[in-house]
Design a protein around this ligand. Structure first.
Ligand code: Z5A
Length: 230
């Protein structure tokens, strides 16, 4: 008779959020490089490379879709997220991996809820359906003055010719991004155990040192020891 395999420990789900140009991609890469020698980490960002999610993202960001209603926008982000959860997040968590994602439900609460003006509870409910209740164990919110973030993103676009004059969302007014930032800060105040705020208005390495320490303390608190998991 063969003995049953011990069940793999469920992984950990971490997200990085913040306004446009806050440094999410920069910090996610640095954090991934710091963790991966000792942990089995998946670095991803919505829509996570799913074929369906990529098609939806194209619809969402197409600057010609100016007539898109706020409800359509919310539902499309949620639909993309539903596929991301099923194809990317849940399989990795089942395998005991650490999932590090740039953006998730908080982005919809901040942008479609607080900035666009949709009812926050409706956005929560729609996303509860989309994610089947899969929420991050830890969220790092990189906070930054939206004007600084937008300028950084504009300079990055200029250097790399990445996004031309900006996608549909990037063409919103500064007020829109100010409301989104307030939304992120409100979520952080309401969910202090999950969401940790890091000041993104400092040099990259300083921001990284703080995030790295914070995440390592979190992992140790959950019983994840370096090199014990891979
Ligand atoms: N959106 C939504 O409305 N609802 C949703 O549910 C979701 C998203 C998921 C695309 O999101 C749009 O969709 C976005 C939110 C909305 N709307 N807008 N606008 P996205 O996540 O794909 O893209 P993003 O938020 O626009 O990310 P980003 O512009 O790529 O920014 P970032 O990742 O935070 O920053 P970065 O790429 O790491 O850095 C930007 C530049 O700043 C780059 O040149 C860096 O070298 C530089 N940088 C980074 N850190 C620093 C520091 N510390 N100092 C100086 N310079 C720095």
């Amino acid at each position: 008779m063969t003995q049953a395999e011990p069940a793999a420990r469920r992984g950990l789900f971490m997200t990085i959020e913040g306004p446009e140009g806050a440094g999410k991609t920069t910090q996610a890469r640095l954090l991934y490089d710091r963790l991966r020698p000792s942990y089995d980490v998946l670095h991803t960002r919505e829509p996570g490379g799913t074929a369906i999610g990529e098609r939806i993202r194209g619809l969402l960001l197409d600057e010609q879709h100016r007539e898109m209603s706020p409800q359509t926008e919310m539902l499309l982000f949620a639909a993309s997220r539903a596929q991301f959860v099923v194809e990317v997040v849940e399989p990795a968590l089942r395998r005991g991996r650490i999932v590090l994602s740039e953006r998730y439900v908080d982005a919809s609460l901040a942008y479609q809820g607080y900035a666009r003006g949709l009812d926050i509870q409706v956005v929560r409910n729609v996303n509860a359906v989309a994610t089947r209740g899969v929420m991050p164990d830890l969220t790092v919110l990189i906070d930054i003055d939206p004007a600084v973030g937008l300028e950084r993103a504009r300079l990055a676009d200029g250097k790399e010719g990445r996004r031309g004059r900006g996608d549909r969302l990037e063409q919103e007014s500064v007020d829109f991004f100010v409301r989104a930032r307030e939304g992120f800060l409100t979520i952080a105040r309401e969910e202090r155990d999950r969401v940790r705020i890091v000041n993104g208005n400092r040099p990259q390495q300083v921001v990284h040192d703080e995030i790295g320490r914070l995440v390592e303390q979190f992992l140790a608190g959950r019983g994840w020891r370096a090199s014990s998991s891979c």
